[in-house]
Design a protein around this ligand. Structure first.
Ligand code: SAH
Ligand code: SF4
Length: 405
């Protein structure tokens, strides 16, 4: 079958973002902050220093009012407040799981009047020594992976850098994760380490490499060590395989890369990840081999969703190992998370174990991504609404997995 005869590969994104009347400075780069300062009359000779100060207050201390910025003159604070805000995305709901997982539902502006607002979720998954924040790059996704709930959503809009950095800021606000603020207390939060959020994964809604510039600008802000300061080694960008932007991601962002592989044959991957029809497995793996900065210490993670009787045979495991030969790689097995109307089932737990053992014996550590926050239905890469119920099979698989936690 040729490309034109098959179902559409992608949906068209809406570009409906309308900046609020008073824009937020959250998400602006240093150069953009300098321009803002110029616009409110700060002379060029002072701008660099003022940008440093703003940067510190906005990203290092997490201030949300200009009035708190003691190193800026009263006059400048007033001028900034007249024209700008430090607003983050609006939090419409917060849920805290018994295991400490937290989920925030965020409402985003820029809607055509009368239309339902856009919403994205952001999930925090704590562990004893670290905490991972799962961040979205788009409302919905233009791609149509057959096992992914996000892929079925009709509306797609790119998030702005401010909305991407804003997710990190919201989470840090709520967790008290800024210097000089009181850290949140509660079950499951990390007790070690000096911060609640130590890692970021771009594994929420959307395809980050289809919103390249915004994701790049946002991640460079998040990694800047005079601000939020989460090192690039602790930021992972997951892509379904937008080959032309993989090299760019390495060159221009330099974070860790995860590839949603999910199948070892083009025929099957065309079904699961239809983008494969455009960028087949061989081209994808070539881009991986050439990923800038790839070494044994900086491996690519290959994600593999476990779908019962679809991609979970030992022959698949064998082919997977063969395929990844020569690429410094980690393999992340993800138990499929069913959603109403999904056409797949999660592999049986015994099969996941067999698959994982094969991979382990081939020399790869093969962690199975442990589902967390089940009571609030928060799953990284598969954010779903509270009304959906878990199937009996899913509950069983999850219980089994919880035991390996
Ligand atoms: N669009 C990017 C990042 C977001 S999805 C990507 O596809 O990589 C993050 C991960 O969750 C991907 O590996 C994706 O394939 C996986 N995922 C999506 N739906 C899932 C489901 N129902 N169960 C398990 N994993 C899923
Ligand atoms: Fe989009 Fe990733 Fe879901 Fe595929 S798996 S539809 S690329 S969010």
């Amino acid at each position: 079958m040729t490309l034109t005869e098959t179902a559409p590969l992608e949906k068209a994104p809406l570009e409906r973002y309308v900046a609020p009347e008073k824009p937020s400075l959250v998400g602006l780069t240093r150069a953009q902050l300098a321009a803002v300062l110029g616009a409110v009359g700060v002379p060029e000779s002072q701008r660099k220093m003022r940008v440093q100060q703003l940067w510190h207050w906005i990203y290092f201390r997490g201030f949300s009012e200009f009035a708190q910025m003691s190193s800026l003159s009263k006059e400048l604070r007033a001028k900034l407040a007249e024209n700008f805000t430090l607003a983050r995305p609006e939090v419409v709901a917060e849920q805290v799981s018994v295991d400490g997982t937290r989920k925030w539902l965020l409402r985003l502006p820029g809607e055509i009047q009368g239309e339902r607002p856009h919403e994205v979720e952001c999930v925090y998954i704590p562990d004893t020594e670290r905490g991972t924040l799962c961040v979205s790059s788009q409302v919905g996704c233009t791609l149509t992976c057959s096992f992914c709930h996000t892929g079925t959503q009709r509306l797609v809009r790119n998030l702005t850098p401010g909305e991407i950095v804003g997710q990190v800021m919201v989470a840090r606000d709520r967790l008290g994760d800024y210097a000089g603020t009181e850290r949140a207390q509660g079950a499951g939060l990390p007790t070690g380490g000096d911060r609640c959020i130590s890692n970021i994964v771009m594994m929420g809604m959307g395809e980050p490499l289809y919103n390249f510039e915004a994701v790049r600008d946002a991640l460079l802000i998040v990694a800047d060590n005079e601000g939020i300061g989460i090192s690039k080694r602790r930021i992972t960008l997951s892509t379904s395989g937008v080959v032309p932007n993989i090299q760019r991601a390495g060159d221009e962002i330099g974070v860790m890369l995860a590839i949603s592989l999910h199948a070892v044959r083009d025929e099957l991957r065309n079904d699961l990840v239809p983008l494969n029809r455009k960028y087949p497995i061989a081209a994808l793996l070539d881009a991986c081999r050439n990923y800038p900065g790839l070494t044994n210490a900086k491996r690519i993670t290959f994600e593999y969703v476990m779908l019962k009787d679809v991609n979970d045979s030992l022959a698949d495991a064998k082919a997977l190992i063969k395929l990844l030969k020569g690429i410094p790689a980690k393999i992340n097995l993800i138990p499929f998370n069913p959603w109403p109307g999904s056409q797949y089932e999660c592999s049986d737990w015994e099969q996941i174990e067999k698959f994982s053992e094969y991979i382990f014996n081939a020399g790869y550590s093969s962690p199975v991504r442990t589902p967390r926050g089940r009571d609030i239905l928060a799953a990284c890469g598969q954010l779903k609404s509270e009304t959906e119920k878990l199937t009996a099979r899913e509950r069983m698989a999850l219980r089994a997995m919880a035991m390996t936690d």
